[in-house]
Design a protein around this ligand. Structure first.
Ligand code: NAD
Length: 244
């Protein structure tokens, strides 16, 4: 999807496929080469790493130069988001896609109660930060949160990123809430030719009866993530051109 989107808008994108036997030193060497190549404006390392060796994924994301970190996963860029600098770095793609979807729905974020379920480095944590800096009052939930249904029931905006199919029940959702479902899990489905289908973390069929806006899975947050990645790459190229 990322390669296709890039081609459609004239970005030259190269997919470097490494063997699963690649080790940390080798991966760092490749990143170092890409970091120093002036023809390369953006670098992403597809996570999770599909590798037989143990590789520190935080070290890898921190090894992409911040000015080429179009995934927005380097600690420098993440730190900027955490302290409310949303302009000088790169916003992480899935979280900024969630924000854009809510903005485009016309929902007022300022003053809303936004509940984010999940606190991962890639999705939940930066989603919480982004909504906080858009003046929402944010509650962040995670695997140890008690009475999740009661917290969800108070959400004007609900963003879910947990990776547990249909965990969030439709009846928990406040009438008129905006629901953004980041989850993508493949579950068995004998009625499909492939034998499986993708589902989100929210029970879509029940939730859609209560939500004012809700993202489907697939076809919601996923494509938005790709769009935000393209936006970051264009931004990276513009920034690089300005430093020439
Ligand atoms: P993760 O496993 O890193 O984090 C999951 C989070 O959910 C954790 O913070 C955990 O505390 C919380 N959690 C787990 N069980 C819970 C429960 N029962 N109640 C409350 N919280 C619970 O996952 P991730 O990388 O954040 O991804 C989450 C989902 O989003 C996955 O399905 C993933 O495939 C999907 N995802 C989609 C995109 C996209 O582009 N659409 C991008 C990244 C991730």
């Amino acid at each position: 999807m990322k390669l296709k989107a890039a081609k459609n808008i004239g970005i030259i994108a190269k997919h470097i496929v490494l063997p699963s036997s690649t080790n940390e030193i080798e991966l760092l060497g490749i990143l170092s080469h890409l970091n120093l190549d002036p023809h390369v404006h953006g670098v992403i390392v597809q996570m999770p790493l599909d590798c037989v060796n143990s590789i520190n994924s935080n070290l890898i994301t921190d090894s992409v130069f911040p000015n080429k970190d179009v995934d927005g996963l380097n600690s420098r860029n993440q730190g900027k988001v955490a302290v409310g600098d949303l302009a000088t770095g790169f916003l992480p793609c899935t979280p900024s896609g969630c924000l854009e979807l809510v903005k485009r729905s016309g929902t007022k974020i300022e003053g809303s109660h936004t509940v984010v379920i999940g606190r991962s480095r890639i999705v939940g944590t930066p989603v919480s930060e982004l909504f906080k800096w858009h003046n929402a009052t944010v509650t962040t939930c995670h695997s140890k949160t008690k009475n999740l249904d009661e917290v969800v029931a108070n959400a004007d905006i609900l963003v879910v990123a947990i990776g547990q199919p249909n965990l969030i029940k439709g009846e928990w959702i406040k009438k008129g809430a905006v629901v953004i479902d980041c989850g993508i899990t493949s579950i068995p489905d004998a009625t499909r030719k492939s034998g499986s289908r993708l589902v989100g973390d929210v029970d879509f069929e029940q939730a859609r009866k209560r939500a004012s806006w809700i993202t489907p899975v697939p076809g919601g947050v996923g494509p938005m993530t790709v769009v935000m990645l393209m936006k970051n790459i264009v931004l990276a190229a513009v920034k690089a051109a300005r430093t020439l």
